[in-house]
Design a protein around this ligand. Structure first.
Ligand code: AMP
Ligand code: ZN
Length: 501
């Protein structure tokens, strides 16, 4: 289509509706996603945006061509949590003069960034085109703060922790557009203590003065013809405004992150960028994934209810066993990206059942079929109902249901269904190359057996005794005896089995 639309529709937080996706430039579709703050292992909640936007990245590459999509995901390596971690881990070396604070911080951020890379690779995510680090863009942040001062959107004030350059939210007529918060409401109902040095309680920091035990960069601001030197560090939001401009331009197509970022982070990014550049929009589409929760509460470090990606992959801390990256990825994609996910062992087991089944489809496929699947994908030949679901605001839930029925039909001998399943699984970032071949046979047999038992129960409910008996006899021939009984609590029919050799 000449305007660059491809049938992709995305829910836009900014307009609160699903819209046809029309890129600014179909030759260079641009997406920015807020990445991790690197002070500790990432938890599995942090993996959700990485996986969700990886799928969108794959979809955009399919629709526009891999070389026509630019994806930037930042690393936040300036943050007070990082300082605190550096002081905790290297405090004695710093005190003894063996290590500078900056070197200690560099150690924390480097180790954590490497861990993050290893984690998300194991989850099947492609590397983004760019992975900018905040510390590489400090000059740009000082320049943007200055531009905001020059245009009357920012001011310098002295607060309890030193001097700050603050964004004046009342200088922007439509501040609050993304999170749908009107400034007057915020001021009237403000529970935040109004700090004297701020003009409005919602004013936020662009640059703040550092003490000797905080990292700092020299910066000179010009205010009303006077130079003001503030050795300091940037506020959180300004880094994304600056890095997205540097890599994607003043206006780009998609900006993403978790739902907690809508306010204040994205609202403030948007305010800074639009006011600095005098633009109507920063990104056309704003997308937010729902929370990964534990017993109804957002997984987060501060709640203490988190499990790291690393622990899930490499230790037995969750559910008493390790979990393959593919199972974690699938557990994330079984639910629509905007819905909350309740993270539990049960969910991982469900994902694993599906994953083992897909592996079985792969093992049964001939090498020619497997080659054909990969060739079709390589030629961009993906089409059909699964793609249609993905085009409709990344409807993973619908796509997953179709893939499950293809897997089932594939295992029952339907070659086309098997090939479709394999193609979609590979497209969605699941490595069926050898991982699947390693899956243990008894586990797969048990899953298939569970399927057959469930199918027989469905026939019994429909009073289709012929089909129900056929399944029973088929299993008996394989040495598996079914036993029917009743659940003592619910009175429902349950079927167990035993192996007769
Ligand atoms: P943070 O390091 O906390 O800034 O988070 C990095 C990314 O992970 C952001 O896009 C957050 O919105 C996202 N995120 C953090 N916690 C969760 C969670 N429990 N569920 C889903 N996304 C999350
Ligand atoms: Zn950001």
């Amino acid at each position: 289509m000449s305007d660059g639309s491809t049938g992709l529709r995305l829910y836009n937080t900014l307009t609160r509706r699903k819209e046809d996706f029309v890129p600014l430039d179909a030759d260079n579709v641009r997406m920015y996603v807020c990445g991790p703050t690197v002070y500790d292992f990432a938890h599995i909640g942090n993996a959700r945006p990485v996986i969700v936007f990886d799928v969108l990245y794959r979809l955009l590459r399919h629709l526009y061509g891999a070389e026509h999509v630019t994806y930037a995901r930042n690393i936040t390596d300036v943050d007070d949590k990082i300082n605190a971690r550096a002081l905790r881990d290297f405090g004695s070396e710093i005190a003894a003069g063996r290590l500078s604070l900056n070197d200690a911080i560099a150690r924390v951020t480097e180790t954590t960034t490497n861990q993050f890379h290893a984690d998300v690779k194991a989850l099947g995510c492609l590397e983004p085109t760019h992975e900018p680090r905040a510390t590489g863009h400090i000059d740009g942040m000082v320049a943007m703060a200055q531009a905001l001062i020059d245009k009357g959107h920012a001011y310098v004030a002295s607060g309890p922790e030193g001097r700050e350059v603050l964004f004046n939210v009342s200088s922007m007529a439509d501040y609050g557009q993304l999170s749908n918060r009107r400034l007057e409401d915020q001021q009237a109902g403000a529970r935040i203590e109004v700090k004297d040095h701020k003009k409005n309680p919602g004013d936020f920091v662009l640059w703040k003065e550092s003490t000797a035990d905080q990292p700092g960069w020299p910066a000179r601001f010009h205010v009303a013809g006077q130079g003001v030197d503030i050795l300091g560090r940037p506020g959180w939001h300004i880094e994304c405004s600056v890095m997205s401009e540097a890599l994607l331009g003043q206006k780009f197509d998609i900006h993403g992150g978790g739902i907690d970022l809508i306010f204040p982070h994205h609202e403030n990014e948007l305010a800074q960028s639009r006011c600095a550049h005098g633009t109507e929009v920063m990104a056309n589409v704003w997308m937010h994934n729902g929370f990964l929760q534990v017993e109804g509460r957002k997984m987060s470090k501060s709640e203490g209810n988190f499990v790291t990606i690393h622990d899930l992959l490499h230790t037995e801390k969750f559910g008493g066993r390790k979990w393959p990256g593919e199972v974690l990825r699938l557990a994330m994609l079984m639910t629509h990206y905007r819905e909350p996910i309740d993270f539990s062992v049960r969910r991982l087991e469900e994902a694993e059942d599906a994953w083992l089944r897909w592996g079985e489809v792969r093992r049964k496929a001939s090498e020619d079929d497997w080659l054909a699947v990969n060739q079709t994908l390589h030629r961009g030949g993906l089409s059909g109902d699964v793609l249609a679901h993905l085009l409709e605001d990344l409807n993973f839930y619908g796509a997953f249901a179709l893939m499950q029925s293809d897997a089932k039909a594939g295992l029952a001998g339907d070659r086309d269904a098997a090939m479709r399943l394999l193609m979609h699984a590979v497209f969605l970032g699941f490595d069926l190359g050898d991982a699947a071949v390693e899956a243990s046979v008894p586990e797969i047999e048990e899953i298939l057996l569970r399927d057959m038992v469930a199918e027989r129960l469905a026939f019994i409910r429909e009073k289709n005794w012929t089909e129900a008996d056929r399944i029973r006899d088929e299993l008996l021939e394989q040495g598996i005896q079914l036993k029917d009984g009743k659940d003592p609590e619910t009175g429902e029919r349950v079927t167990t089995w035993e192996v007769r050799r």
